[in-house]
Design a binder for this molecule. Structure first.
Ligand code: RP5
Length: 167
């Protein structure tokens, strides 16, 4: 089995179902990944230990999903120089605005580029990781070209369907 290149960290297993799109997108591009539950607040020491292990085994990009007072991505970014992408989770009662602000509003010096709350956010996190890895991987870059073409084909098919319905 290939060594994982992407690590998806989540603050709780309650986040996992909403990250399926992220897992599936990485799988469809053939990017090896691992997903782990580590919390910035509940397991701060275990998080730091994991990050050292992950870097040692070749993880290139960290995707960090957390809800509520979501410090996970920022804490990870403070311990690594690898790219860290924040995925704010749309938890009740605030619907993810809390996690969005906690993830995206980092002080200068510790960057956490952050994807959308809910919806396509987890998928776009996977695609951003893919673009980063594709800088040094021409085969992956080609897969991204094909992925984009397949999206354009789907839009064209939808337009054709709409035109047929209106005719
Ligand atoms: C965050 O707290 C997690 O990322 C999760 O979104 C949220 C709630 O966690 P649980 O109470 O469901 O374990 O750290």
């Amino acid at each position: 089995m290939s060594q994982p290149k992407v690590s998806i960290l989540m603050g709780s297993d309650s986040d996992a179902d909403r990250l399926m799109g992220c897992f599936e997108q990485l799988e469809s591009l053939g990017i090896p990944f691992e997903a782990r539950v580590r919390s910035a607040h509940r397991t701060p020491e275990a998080l730091v230990v994991y990050l050292a292990e992950a870097e040692a085994k070749g993880i290139q990009v960290f995707l960090c999903a957390a809800g509520g007072a979501a410090h996970l991505a920022g804490v990870v970014a403070s311990h690594t120089l690898k790219p860290v992408i924040g995925i704010p989770m749309d938890n009740p009662p605030l619907g993810g605005l809390d996690a969005l602000l906690a993830t995206v509003q980092m002080p200068a010096g510790i960057p956490v580029p952050t994807v959308a709350v809910g919806g396509g956010g987890p998928i776009n996190a996977a695609l951003t990781a893919a673009r980063i890895l594709a800088l040094a991987d021409p085969q992956l870059a080609e897969k991204l070209v094909l992925f984009r073409q397949s999206m354009a084909d789907k839009v064209a098919a939808k337009d054709a369907k709409l035109q047929a319905r209106l005719a």
